[in-house]
Structure formats: structure tokens, C-alpha cells
Design a protein around this ligand. Structure first.
Ligand SMILES: [Zn+2]
Length: 239
């Protein structure tokens, strides 16, 4: 139980100024308790063996900024850079995982950027999870909700995507849960999800083209809850 004690202290420290999130904290602690039972604490002092998590900002290639929100106030890259930065700070602070933020891809075309990303991820050693942050967009303004894309034959991908999806509904009960979405060759995001060796997820938490979704996620509260939601989904998936 030594490991759990360590996690317990870290998580409590992180949540001490957010009493409204104590319910979430308790769920996270319960889950970590089950996972930590019987394991020894990681020797963090001498050797950093925290699981590596890559947080990649979608549309980080030069000349690509992704979809724009319906009110034109921001785009995927700008919005998610802020979310990813705060998420990595939280992950780093927790000392539970080692986050690597990627927000500036090499390569001139989409496939070159994915190759660049793949080389980058491979150079990091054993990576537990790669998430790429996006938001969805559709011509139909009625399309809304969250979606989590994974490579169709990846069992862990399916499992993690399910966890992200549930977590999203816990944090945003009014949001439509479109659920985990298995992706095959030729479909949106296929190259990214297939090409990278570790478990990869493409996160589409809402539709920027939906006025009601955007109302939730443009707010300061919506953004901080999204960061917290990703944080919990990540640590609970990889630990
Ligand atoms: Zn995108």
C-alpha cells in the first residue's frame, strides 16, 4: 500500500483548492487504490520511471490551424495549445506521469507531419499513451457531443477511449456522448492512429461548430474542467 499512500498524498495536494471536485478525486483515488495494491512505490529519486504520456496538439503543422469555432473566435490549434499546456503542467505537478508536449510539428504535408511525429515519439523510449487534442466540426450545426477515436484493432485503444468517454460524461453530464469510435484505414485520423507505435487516441471533446457545445467549452470553467477531465482519464488509464 506504500504506492497508494504516495498517490493519495499527491492527488490530495492537487485537489486541495477545488472542493467542488472532491467527488471526482474520490473516484480517482478508489481506482488508483485498486491498481496500486501490492505494488511498491516507484523509485522516483534516482530513476525516473514514470510512464511517458505524449500530449500532442492537433494541427501543429505550419500553415494548418484546424477548424474554427462557429463564432470565429478561435481555432483548434490555438484552443488546444492552451488546454494542452495546462494539462501538462498538472501532469508534471502530480509527478504520476511524465508528460511531453508536442505543439510544433515538422513536415510540410499531413503525412510528413505524421512521420515526424512518429519519429519523435519513437525517440522518447517506451511511451504509455499518445493523445492528440482536437475539437470536432460539421456543416450541420445540430451535430454535437464528444467522440474519442482509436485504431480499430487496438484493444488498449478501445479501453482507454471508453474511459475518456465516460470521464467526459462525468464532467459534462449535459454533453452528448457519441462514444469511442474505431477507425480503419482511409478514415479520418487513420494515419495518426495507425502509424504511431504506442496507444494513440484522437480526442474530439465537442463540436466547435455547435453553438451549445461551444458555450460550455469557451468558458473558463469549461476549459478548466476539460483539463481536469483529461488529467484524470490519463492517469487512470496508464497507471
Ligand atoms: Zn482537428
Amino acid at each position: 500500500m506504500k504506492l497508494y499512500r504516495l498517490l493519495f498524498d499527491k492527488i490530495n495536494e492537487l485537489y486541495k483548492n477545488s472542493p467542488e471536485l472532491h467527488e471526482h478525486r474520490d473516484v480517482t483515488l478508489e481506482l488508483l487504490k485498486n491498481k496500486a495494491e501490492g505494488k511498491d512505490p516507484p523509485p522516483t529519486q534516482e530513476k525516473d520511471d514514470r510512464p511517458i504520456v505524449v500530449v500532442a496538439v492537433g494541427h501543429s503543422r505550419k500553415g494548418d490551424s484546424g477548424a474554427t469555432t462557429w463564432d470565429g473566435s478561435t481555432n483548434e490549434h490555438r484552443y488546444n495549445l492552451q488546454i494542452a499546456t495546462q494539462l501538462c503542467e498538472l501532469l508534471e505537478e502530480s509527478e504520476l506521469v511524465k508528460p511531453v508536449l508536442l505543439s510544433n510539428y515538422g513536415g510540410k504535408t499531413y503525412s510528413q507531419a505524421i512521420r515526424w511525429l512518429s519519429d519523435k515519439v519513437n525517440s522518447l523510449g517506451t511511451v504509455a499513451l499518445v493523445v492528440e487534442l482536437h475539437f470536432n466540426s460539421a456543416g450541420n450545426p445540430k451535430a454535437k457531443g464528444s467522440e474519442f477515436l482509436f485504431w480499430h484493432s487496438s484493444q488498449k485503444g478501445a479501453q482507454f477511449a471508453q474511459h475518456f468517454s465516460q470521464k467526459m460524461t462525468d464532467f459534462f453530464p449535459t454533453l452528448v456522448e457519441r462514444g469511442p469510435k474505431p477507425i480503419k484505414s482511409g478514415q479520418r485520423g487513420a494515419l495518426f492512429l495507425r502509424k504511431l507505435a504506442p496507444v494513440c487516441l484522437l480526442l474530439e471533446p465537442f463540436f466547435g461548430s455547435s453553438a451549445s457545445d461551444w458555450k460550455i467549452f469557451k468558458s473558463t470553467r469549461g476549459k478548466s474542467d476539460l483539463v481536469r477531465c483529461y488529467f484524470e482519464a490519463i492517469v487512470e488509464s496508464v497507471l
